[in-house]
Design a protein around this ligand. Structure first.
Ligand code: PEP
Ligand code: MN
Length: 339
């Protein structure tokens, strides 16, 4: 980190700042020029509050050289993190396919979809029991009863399950859930993130509606700082001025997050667009961009879905997408390995 000091600052003021910085165990290098004094801070600066330093009277500007996240940072962990989930893993170079309904609606619905997506090659089943809906009058999910149905589908198909938690109080219900999803709206629910950091269970962390990649990585850092390294990042589209799609898929987030972090990255093309007809092309784009997996909404009768029908694929349409994305993934893998 570099701190630029105002040129008319007094030596005692600079000395006081250096003394204050001592609490962070950093090496402080002072460069005194005719026009400007610069402090170079060497070491782990993640605990230094940049805004606080910038607000100090003698400070003209502060520049971060190192990212404010450490555990999630590839600089400190060169190898890809591979997250174990049930009998499978995420992030080992394979392509994880998570599929299932937006919301669990009935035993028949979740089991029918689970069997169909498994037959098409899905390696995990998704389904929401607690739904974060914009309208309080919309279907809010089946809650604990929905979780039971999801776990029954897991028992029947052997597929590990991913489902969303909305608050810390729901945690005791998630004992048999394989991956806990933190939805876009809860990406900065810091109490929840801290609590999930105390577990060792995988967490699928979705990017907030208007969150930067750095904010997403800082949220991952909350979980990892508690000791839970099993974090999967999910790009699910961000808010832009575009209205033809529900959100805008930030495809550049895929290679960038993979460069900045060692954590697995997946894409959710369903929430990214809100349109079932865009799920196939965006899934292919995401795979070409280097994702570790996809999370796709599938419903046995999208027209009658209680939530997100317009973006849900039929099992038949999912089968086509699954085949194509695997083909692209395999082809790229072979080309890259010289095969
Ligand atoms: C979901 O996956 O069911 C969901 C609500 O997604 P998001 O948090 O990305 O909106
Ligand atoms: Mn949904």
């Amino acid at each position: 980190m570099i701190v630029l000091i105002h040129k008319d600052s007094k030596p005692e003021q600079i000395k006081r700042l250096i003394e204050w910085l001592a609490q962070f165990n950093l090496q402080v290098h002072i460069s005194e020029g005719k026009l400007q004094t610069i402090l170079g801070l060497i070491g782990d600066t993640s605990k230094v509050d940049v805004d606080l330093v910038r607000s100090m009277e003698i400070v003209e500007d502060v520049k971060r050289i190192q990212e404010p996240y450490k555990n999630a940072n590839r600089k400190f962990h060169a190898e890809n993190t591979v997250v174990p989930v049930g009998n499978t893993v995420v992030g080992d170079g394979g392509l994880t396919l998570i599929a299932g309904p937006c919301s669990i609606e009935s035993e028949e619905q979740v089991k029918e979809v689970a069997k169909a997506v498994k037959a098409s090659g899905a390696t995990m089943l998704r389904g929401g029991a607690f739904k974060p809906r914009t309208s309080p009058y919309a279907f809010q999910g089946m809650g604990a009863d929905g979780l039971k149905l999801l776990l029954a589908a897991k028992a029947e198909t052997g597929l590990p399950v991913v489902t969303e938690i909305m608050n810390v109080g729901q945690l005791p219900l998630f004992d048999d859930v394989d991956v806990i999803q933190v939805g876009a709206r809860n990406m900065q629910n810091f109490d929840l993130l801290k609590e999930l950091g105390r577990l060792r269970k995988p967490v699928l962390l979705k990017r907030g509606l208007s969150s930067t990649m750095e904010e997403l990585l800082m949220s991952a850092e909350y979980i990892m700082a508690g000791g839970n390294e099993n974090v999967i990042l999910c790009e699910r589209g961000i808010r832009t001025f575009e209205t033809y799609t529900r959100n805008t898929l930030d495809i550049s987030a895929v290679p960038l997050l993979k460069q900045l972090s060692h954590l697995p990255v997946i894409v959710d093309p369903s929430h990214a667009t809100g349109l079932s007809k865009l799920v196939r092309p965006l899934s292919l784009a995401a795979v070409a961009a280097g994702v570790d997996g996809l999370m796709i909404e599938v419903h046995n009768n999208p027209a009658c879905a209680l939530c997100d029908g317009p973006q849900s694929l039929t099992p038949e349409a999912f089968d086509v997408v699954a085949k194509e994305v695997r083909l692209v993934h395999e082809t790229l893998r072979n080309v890259r390995s010289g095969g």
